[in-house]
Design a protein around this ligand. Sequence first.
Ligand code: CMC
Length: 379
Amino acid sequence: MTFCEYRPGLEGIPATQSSISFVDGQNGILEYRGINVEELAQQSTFLETSYLLIWGGLPTQEELDEFEHEIRFHRRLKYRIRDMMKCFPESGHPMDALQACAAALGLFYSRRALDNPVYIRDAVVRLLAKIPTMVAAFQLMRKGNDPIQPRDDLDYAGNFLYMLTEREPDPLAARIFDICLLLHAEHTINASTFSAMVTASTLTDPYGVIASAVGTLAGPLHGGANEEVIFMLEEIGSADNVEAYLDNCLRQKTKIMGFGHRVYKVKDPRAIILQQLAEQLFEKFGRDEYYDIALAMEQAVSERLGHKGIYPNVDFYSGLVYRKLGIPTDLFTPVFAIARTAGWLAHWKEQLGENRIFRPTQIYTGPRNAPYVPVEKRQ
Ligand code: CMC
């Protein structure tokens, strides 16, 4: 066996072979199963794209209809899950609530029949169907309201916005939200996907796999960056303050949220599309006051940090879109999780195909043969 040098964060080290998605970070290209994400954003839907990611090819009309029908049928939550959620503190972060709920699904549905295609299909359908309902239910419950039932006449994105806001969404808003989900559905071996794969490799149940990925997505260096971007724009307050804010960040060596990426060294292709979606929303529903700050920020960061390949990532403009759609800031990361469930499930399924448990090695840097010092002699 050959050993390669230690690379913090496993940068550049292949952890698997995968045919799910492809990123060219120098040229800003993202493809799902070989299809450019821009083309999918124009022509596909989140559920069709989820099918593509998970089952490996675009569905026929009949296959798509069946998949969508199954997902509609499984959107409701068991009353015991809703009762469990009622015990969550209102001040708790919705990502923590989602992680607990995803894991709890395993109590009801886990049989760990991983060699049974019906079990795999059921798990895919249940997770894609129920995660949005859980996110919306927690939002209503923490406001003191009963969660509302999903509506079978609304599509995936429209139904989520309806369950969240208790109002039937504008069709443009629903379509734009669906594209946002599609854009966040998959992104090679990022931290949460890697987490899902490691968990999957132990052959545990898929609900545990998704719960572990949700926990990983929650951090501010990963999915949590989208809400941090809004806090940052709030703190900056006006486009005139951007330069001073940036000076301060650079002086203190703090990361600017929504910028930089391990793989992309140009503007993230998803950020380009999300910015266009934000503009479409502003045109129809009015401009967001933070957009001018965001534009000034993008320009200033590109001028000052562009030489290091630091440009807006997916999280920079997604928050502005979600804000305009009326989604509360601390639900931005759960919304990311709704979308990324498709990618996590695709990797779970791929991992099961040729599984070997993840068991990397380490470079030990501690002492050896150290004596045990009795407590009374310790200083
Ligand atoms: N602001 C300022 N400087 C940055 C930033 C940033 N956002 N990102 C990277 N750098 C600098 C960093 O200081 C370092 O400079 P130097 O070489 O002079 O020390 C260089 O760029 C390389 O940075 P790194 O931290 O080694 O890069 P990484 O590949 O480990 O980190 C990252 C990637 C996404 C964690 C990082 O860019 C970051 O923390 N960004 C802010 C948080 C964020 O927006 N996260 C969302 C990521 S995209 C979606 C997702 O994965 O969920």
